[in-house]
Design a protein around this ligand. Sequence first.
Ligand SMILES: [Zn+2]
Ligand SMILES: [Zn+2]
Ligand SMILES: [Zn+2]
Length: 89
Amino acid sequence: MTDTICDHLTAVTAVKRATRHECAECVRIGGEWVHLRTCQTCGVTLCCDSSPHRHAGAHARTAGHPVIASAEPGEQWLYCYPDDAFVEY
Ligand SMILES: [Zn+2]
Ligand SMILES: [Zn+2]
Ligand SMILES: [Zn+2]
């Protein structure tokens, strides 16, 4: 896989890890999720675009927080929504 790196990704110097292994929004509404992502701007953990509610993507758009990290065990990558950029760390 070829990494595509943007300024948002290079700006992440210390990756925020999930503090709770659950989607904060799904817990509130009783929803279910597939995978979890952690916002690298505010640290909230939300569900991925394969999940029914896609809270991480919605958060990136509405809050303007571009970069998420996978919160899945064993996965170490960052993704930038506006640039569709991906990097492993
Ligand atoms: Zn970017
Ligand atoms: Zn969710
Ligand atoms: Zn955020």
